[in-house]
Design a protein around this ligand. Structure first.
Ligand code: HEM
Length: 312
């Protein structure tokens, strides 16, 4: 899943270069430049990727080839993903493991149940997608990308597409260029080790109120990072309020707000998730998946004793 996510980001970035407008060109410039920040190997990789010392026709050609190729790699990964899903079985909203003797009662076949459910989700998505395509084609784009690419003129603000903004914000939060690149990739990399960071035996946050609170904060922080990524780093968060200068920026600036959010992003995965998993006493979990479905999840007695044996 994480590999698919990463390939999707890469494909979307490569695709965005193809219209060859100002944002395409300068986006490619900024992102490929990041690779140059890698010590020793950065420069040769950069030249190899761009097809020359600067972004040019050769870059456009290879980005198109890669943009064409990667969706097929993604399709292959999706097949592997489905295969893995079949081997491991699906999780469920209750999060309880299904004992082998109940697998017939508690499990449904993939087809027709999940193909129909996913088909329904795809229709909803396509409806939303169609609204953008037919009624608001420019809503998520940037006006500057209608200006043809010009290597001699840098646009006033280079902003990536909305779905890149949280990672872009993390990149800018770190004052050191290489450190920023490492943090940005680590933000995605941490997802790869997530199963090992979650130390709780209880899979669903429905029964982990403390962790759930931290998770809701995480959601707000994720959206907040996306918001910060689209703002100028030096712009004040609360206009009109003076603020105090700390190190390289005002505390009342998007720079520091982004840093705060970035800190929480990593704290959530690296500290809160493992620690709370070990410490939190979960609410009593149902014995089977059908129990809360048939009785209603809220029907569980609120005074049921906690089960400390399920800690950690
Ligand atoms: C995972 C699948 C794909 C994703 C996420 C994706 C994403 C994108 C994005 C974000 C753009 C920029 C659109 C714009 O700003 O105008 C783009 C452009 C483009 N993509 Fe894809 N794409 C995918 C698959 C493909 C495939 C399979 C092809 C086949 C050749 C393709 C060909 C193109 C072309 C030719 C453009 C340039 C369009 C233009 O200049 O207006 N894409 N893509």
């Amino acid at each position: 899943g994480c590999v698919i996510f990463f390939l999707m980001i890469a494909t979307a970035f490569l695709g965005y270069v193809l219209p060859w407008g100002q944002m395409s060109f300068w986006g490619a410039e900024v992102i490929t430049n990041l690779i140059g920040a890698i010590p020793v190997l950065g420069e040769p990789i950069l030249i190899w990727l761009r097809g020359g010392p600067a972004i040019d026709n050769a870059t456009l050609n290879r980005f198109f080839s890669l943009h064409y190729l990667l969706p097929f790699v993604i399709a292959g990964c999706v097949v592997l993903h489905l295969w893995a899903l079949h081997a491991a079985g699906q999780n469920n909203p209750v999060g309880v493991l299904i004992p082998a003797d109940r697998s017939k009662k508690d499990m449904l076949p993939f087809h027709p149940y999940f193909t129909l459910k996913d088909g329904f989700a795809i229709i909803l998505f396509l409806l939303l997608f169609a609204i953008f395509v037919f009624y608001q084609p420019n809503a998520l784009g940037h006006a500057d990308n209608y200006i043809p690419a010009n290597p001699l003129q840098t646009p006033a603000h280079i902003v990536p597409e909305w779905y890149m903004l949280p990672f872009y914000a993390i990149l800018r939060a770190i004052p050191d260029k290489f450190g920023g690149v490492v943090a940005m990739f680590a933000a995605i990399g941490v997802l790869f080790v997530l199963p090992w960071l979650d130390t709780s035996k209880v899979r669903s946050m429905r029964y982990r109120p403390t962790m759930r609170t931290f998770f809701f904060i995480f959601l707000v922080v994720g959206v907040g990072l996306g918001w910060c990524g689209g703002q100028l780093p030096d712009a004040p968060v609360i206009p009109g309020l003076g603020g105090v200068v700390l190190l390289d920026g005002n505390l009342n600036s998007y720079l520091w707000l982004t840093r705060l959010f970035t800190a929480y992003y990593f704290l959530f995965f690296l500290v809160i998730l493992p620690f709370v998993g070990l410490k939190e006493t979960p609410l009593p979990i149902p014995a089977t998946i059908s129990e809360p479905v048939l009785t209603g999840a809220d029907a569980m007695p609120a005074f049921a004793p906690a089960s400390p044996e399920k800690k950690g």
